[in-house]
Design a protein around this ligand. Structure first.
Ligand code: TYD
Length: 133
């Protein structure tokens, strides 16, 4: 599986503006059990710094932009989330960090499971051991 998997959302537009509809098991490659969003991120703040054992997520900046670092233990890459019609998949067992939030950034995240703290791996060394590197 590629470390970076983009999901393109068709924008349904007309003279009034644009609309994006996200549906589980259609544009989003899993059943959506939870939606959350980050906004008002303070200047210079970075977030994330964890991986999930089982959770799959898709993240999209509906307004503004931020940088997402994705790391599967062997490969590491950074992508800009800067479009309301393009999301990135955060697969299970992918370490991720979000940096360089614009002041207006609203980062919407669709998640395959309900919130479960026991699904988090919050230590990078523990993550590297868990992925066998
Ligand atoms: P956390 O996942 O640590 O934020 P980030 O990784 O984006 O920096 O979550 C911050 C806090 O919010 C933490 O106390 C857990 C809580 N939280 C929920 O209660 N439900 C959720 O769905 C999420 C994502 C977080």
């Amino acid at each position: 599986m590629n470390l970076v998997q983009w999901v393109n959302f068709p924008a349904l537009g007309d003279g009034r503006g644009s609309l994006v509809a996200l549906e589980g098991n259609k544009s989003i490659p899993f059943d959506i059990k939870r939606v959350y969003y980050l906004f008002g991120t303070q200047p210079g703040i970075a977030r994330g710094f964890h991986a999930h054992k089982a959770l799959k997520q898709v993240a999209v900046c509906v307004t503004g932009k931020c940088k997402m670092l994705l790391d599967n233990g062997t490969e590491k890459t950074e992508v800009w989330l800067d479009s309301p019609i393009k999301g990135v998949v955060i697969d299970s067992m992918v370490w991720h960090e979000m940096h360089d939030f614009s002041p207006d950034c609203v980062l919407l995240v669709l998640a395959s499971e309900h919130y479960d703290e026991s699904d988090y791996i919050r230590g990078y060394e523990i993550f590297i051991k868990a992925v066998g590197q």
